[in-house]
Design a protein around this ligand. Structure first.
Ligand code: DGL
Length: 298
């Protein structure tokens, strides 16, 4: 794993400043999480629930959001830069919280740095396969995610007989960003996207985008209570916890982890709506200047 070892300051440290139970300070390092913008905070929310002792370092690429309408080449370039920014800060693991980045860029990202990495597609697929009885599954996501076929490939690999209905829902992202998550407009939009998927007789729907859990109530009302909604954030957090345990990298602290947030454009908007995505008060947000390249080497 790359990165400088951390200097331990806790009381269990030896005179040399190294915790003998944690050589290299691996366990004390933060988990890195990145997303195209604010949506990845829904994944952070689950990570905080599941791993309250872990520090989290979040990067939201707010200057370049959305990724979901961009070409694969651009998504890969932006995602690589976001990853390098985090890896320079000694993170012990990276969660690619953005579905679009996970769907399109994960293989390239895994070659870019040697830090262990978890995307959100496979955890979502695993949860959907557990939930579905009829073997008829729907997937909703950004245009880029659906266009990549990443969910379809992963679902089909696990179960060749599965029926899969897919639908991109581009207006869900701005609605969630506006906090417009209830009322006539979101209902109308949700009907427009989801009615055709429902006609396919699915019993499980993967919310394949970081923003869609914010619209969970509307989506649930439109598709009906019998449809299982799969939020990949929960399963991703569980997989992250399992990976940390397996590799001995789990922070032994039971609680008290902090979440530091970096964004690439003005912090104001992020601060005003971020708490709703995170489910708790957002602490300080630092803006990273991207005006000179390579900004991510900072
Ligand atoms: N974070 C993106 C995703 O999960 C949604 C926003 C965007 O299009 O960048 O796909």
């Amino acid at each position: 794993m790359r990165g400088r070892p951390l200097t331990m300051t806790d009381k269990s440290s030896s005179k040399t400043g190294t915790d003998l139970n944690d050589p290299g300070g691996l366990r004390a390092r933060p988990i890195g999480v990145f997303d195209s913008g604010i949506g990845g905070l829904t994944v952070v929310r689950e990570l905080r629930r599941c791993l309250p002792g872990e520090d989290i370092l979040y990067f939201g690429d707010t200057a370049r959001v959305p990724y979901g309408t961009k070409s694969p080449e651009t998504v890969i370039r932006f995602s690589r830069e976001s990853l390098i920014f985090l890896s320079r800060r000694d993170v012990k693991l990276v969660v690619v919280a953005c579905n679009t980045a996970s769907a399109i860029a994960l293989p390239v990202l895994q070659e870019t740095v040697s830090v262990p990495m978890i995307g959100v597609i496979l955890p979502g697929v695993a949860a959907a396969l557990k939930a579905s009885r009829s073997r008829r599954v729907g997937v909703v996501g950004t245009e880029a995610t659906i266009g990549s076929g990443a969910y379809e490939r992963a679902l089909r690999k696990a179960d060749g007989e599965l029926f899969i209905a897919q639908q991109s829902c581009p207006l869900f992202v701005p609605l969630a960003e506006e906090g417009w998550v209830d009322g006539d407009v979101p209902h109308l939009v949700a009907h427009h996207y989801l009615d055709p998927v429902m006609r396919d007789g699915i019993d499980t729907l993967i919310l394949g985008c970081t923003h869609y859990p914010m619209l969970r109530n509307v989506i649930s009302q439109v598709v009906g209570a019998s449809i299982r909604l799969v939020d990949s954030a929960e399963e991703t957090a569980r997989e992250t916890a399992a990976l940390l345990r397996r590799t001995g990298a789990e922070n032994p602290r039971a609680h008290g982890g902090i979440c530091r947030v970096f964004v690439s454009d003005t912090a104001q908007r992020f601060e005003s709506i971020g708490s709703a995505f995170l489910g708790e008060q957002l602490e300080s947000v630092t803006v990273v200047d991207q005006s000179d390249l390579p900004w991510y080497e900072r």
